[in-house]
Design a protein around this ligand. Structure first.
Ligand SMILES: [Zn+2]
Length: 432
């Protein structure tokens, strides 16, 4: 593999604090130099004048649907959506059909990623056999075959004794347990956040307690076991004090928040758009504001998309019957840039930190997530003033279940480089 030089970009590397006009030199798939321009006669050159260059985004929470629901997404389509969204590494949630709970399942994901993926795919395995919450998987074996984390996401782990043992294994093998925190009994038949709008719209509510009591339980178990706990999609302000306190006490806990929980409120439900039906449900304005504050003060470590593709037939049902989830890989950056950075709520460097080195640290992937010399050359080029129209054609994903359909946002992903190779440029995937 030859050399690549990205010239004249505004290089932002949150891991090192760098923010300056500079050139990035890539050789053999890794970062060779960042700084003053160098001459290299045989290099490929990208003139990035006017663009931001930063480490490629990392998503610790992506539903790729393969195996089992290839009509919604595949490893091929999902990784193309990732590249178009500026993501160079994504982590595959194992709630597929069958569930990834064995060596065979992991081997399938890794071999499919090898042949079909255009970005890095990191597999997780489920915590319990078939995600049934009863029997813990063969941890050591699955770590050996490539599982970088364990999660029953889609379902909470209701049995505290199972969660305790899972966290004990996580300490032994130094991999995180990523938990979808939801007390299913408190959540009951609810479909939206319990509050003013659930009452007004006549939809059954899920109380914030359904999340916060599980968060409280999990951090207590993590403290006791010294395990590695990652709280997925934190959505309610009541969960935050538990995470803050645990971190202050040195408990090994990390947390993520989604773009939709950071930018939307349940007031949007008045549209009855089923693309707003997500689990955990979108909270109220006080929740959103508290999540932004928690991102700023590092109570929350990273932003994760919870990219959850569904077909239009499935989403085109009455609100109570539609499945939970929205796609997120391609809209993440423009949504966050428009709602948080352009509006002045979050500095650009902070946003980029939470999409690069933040998620890398959650899984221990460093130097990925940075532009350090010797790191894999995973880079994204962004145009901060370009508008993007969110239409079905905007999506490389097989699904376009997004509440932002029809909107115009600011902040475009222009090019994506994975291990020194250009995989996406100006609305085109560069095929292998
Ligand atoms: Zn979940």
């Amino acid at each position: 593999m030859g050399k690549l030089i990205i010239r004249n970009a505004r290089v932002i590397d949150p891991a090192s604090g760098r923010d300056e006009i500079a050139s990035i030199v890539v050789a053999d798939g890794v970062i060779e130099h960042v700084g003053a321009d160098t001459n290299s006669p045989h290099a490929d050159v990208i003139d990035a004048t006017g663009l931001v260059a930063c480490p490629g985004f990392i998503d610790v929470h992506t539903h790729l649907r393969e195996p089992g629901r290839e009509d919604k997404e595949t490893i091929a389509s999902g990784t193309r959506a990732a590249a178009a969204g500026g993501f160079t590494t994504i982590c595959a949630i194992p709630n597929t059909s069958p569930v990834i709970d064995s060596q065979t399942g992991l081997k399938f994901i890794l071999s499919r990623a090898e042949s079909d993926a255009v970005v890095n795919v990191i597999p997780y395995a489920s915590v319990t056999r078939c995600q049934q919450g009863e029997e813990i998987v063969e941890f050591g074996d699955l770590v050996h075959y490539g599982a970088r984390g364990f999660t029953d996401d889609g379902h909470p782990i209701m049995n505290a004794e199972i969660m305790r043992r899972a966290l004990e294994y996580s300490a032994m093998f130094d991999v995180p347990i990523l938990d979808h925190c939801e007390d299913i009994h408190l959540a009951g038949e609810g479909v939206v956040h319990e509050g003013f709008y659930s009452t007004k719209l006549g939809l059954k509510g899920i109380p914030p307690l359904a999340e916060s009591v599980q968060v409280a339980r999990d951090v207590e178990l993590a403290a006791f076991t010294r395990g590695r706990l990652h709280i997925m999609h934190v959505s309610k302000r009541q969960s935050l004090p538990h995470i803050r306190r645990a971190k202050a006490e040195g408990v090994r806990v990390t947390a993520e928040v989604t773009p939709h929980h950071l930018t939307l409120t349940d007031a949007a439900l008045e549209s009855f758009d089923t693309n707003l039906k997500v689990n955990p449900p979108i909270g109220d304005a006080a929740d959103r504001d508290a999540l932004i504050s928690a991102l700023l003060d590092d109570t929350i470590d990273c932003i994760a998309t919870d990219h959850a593709p569904h077909t239009d037939i499935e989403k085109d049902q009455p609100f109570v019957d539609a499945p939970y989830g929205m796609v997120g890989l391609e809209t993440a950056f423009p949504v966050l840039y428009t709602s948080l950075v352009k509006s002045g709520l979050v500095p650009l460097r902070k946003l980029l930190e939470k999409m690069t080195i933040g998620p890398a640290r959650v899984l221990g992937l460093e130097p990925r997530g940075s532009l350090a010399v010797g790191a894999p050359a995973d880079i994204v080029l962004l145009n901060l003033s370009q508008e993007v129209q969110i239409t079905p054609d905007f999506f490389f994903s097989k699904s376009f279940n997004s509440p932002w359909l029809g909107s115009t946002l600011t902040g475009a992903v222009i090019m994506t480089v994975v291990s020194g190779k250009l995989v996406y440029s100006h609305r085109q995937i560069i095929e292998k």
